[in-house]
Design a protein around this ligand. Structure first.
Ligand SMILES: [Zn+2]
Length: 261
């Protein structure tokens, strides 16, 4: 069998980068660095992105982990920490939908469910071909909850212009960094090199030594640094412009629900 990453590339996915998350230990921000004290939730001036979650494994602990509370925590995390080291929020996020195993099974694309339960590798290829809006969101950010039995990596990137993250279910349950790291990839960031041991410099959320580039001189911090922010904004604005033209009745209905409340 081909390694999963290669299989995914061959099935037409553009994997921006990968990360098993085991290399760098998140370091608590020190001093005045922003730690998510404020939320972008009510910042109507910022682009709003929908979050669509998809269960891509039938591992029972993974299924049990995708509770409404956990999805809300992730929405809140992104509203707080998808931001610069100085606390400039870069976007707002709102849950659009969750495609459970049952949703997939009863959908117009049951082959995705079949692939999950039969442990075949066609699930992501089938996913991106699916036209059912309950299964595949036609706009916004897609977050897959993935198995980890043969591949513990999490991934972030884009497929035909759609930003996505595939999150190992163990990390999905409790981690913060993996969401900020993989969405960083989905918004155009590559890996920054971890600080040299003993240098006393801070880690950055995009740290990963494989294929890394050093941060710009003078930049440091856990969240996105100025040069990273610039890249994120460029990609963000391109996504927002494109998504505004896409008809998505599910998202329209979520937004009108919010207004009525
Ligand atoms: Zn990475």
């Amino acid at each position: 069998m081909l390694p999963l990453a290669l299989t995914l590339i061959l099935t037409g996915m553009l994997l921006y980068a990968d990360d098993d998350g085991s290399e760098e230990v998140p370091q608590l921000a020190v001093g005045s660095e922003f730690k998510g004290e404020t939320s972008a939730k009510d910042r109507a001036d910022l682009p709003l992105f929908s979050l669509h979650f998809v269960m891509m494994t039938d591992h029972e602990k993974a299924v049990a982990a995708a509770t409404p509370q956990r999805l809300a925590e992730i929405e809140d995390l992104l509203n707080r920490k998808f931001a610069s080291t100085t606390g400039e929020h870069l976007a707002r996020f709102k849950i659009r939908s969750f495609a459970s195993l049952e949703t997939l099974q009863k959908s117009a694309c049951p082959e995705i469910y079949e692939s999950i339960v039969n442990r075949t590798s066609s699930r992501y290829g089938d996913y991106w071909k699916c036209k059912d809006p309950q299964v595949r969101a036609p706009q916004g950010i897609t977050i897959f909850i993935k198995h980890h039995d043969t591949d513990k990596l999490s991934y972030g990137g884009q497929v035909t212009g759609m930003p996505f993250a595939q999150i190992n279910w163990e990390r999905f349950r409790k981690d913060e960094r993996v969401f900020l790291h993989e969405l960083g990839h989905a918004f155009g960031l590559g890996h920054s090199c971890p600080p040299a041991k003993g240098s006393g410099e801070k880690s950055n959320v995009m740290n990963f030594s494989k294929g890394c580039k050093p941060l710009e001189p003078g930049e440091s911090g856990w969240l996105y640094t100025p040069s990273q922010v610039e890249k994120v904004k460029t990609r963000r604005d391109a996504y927002a412009k494109k998504f505004a033209k896409v008809k998505d009745p599910v998202w329209a209905s979520v937004l009108s629900e919010t207004e009525r409340r």
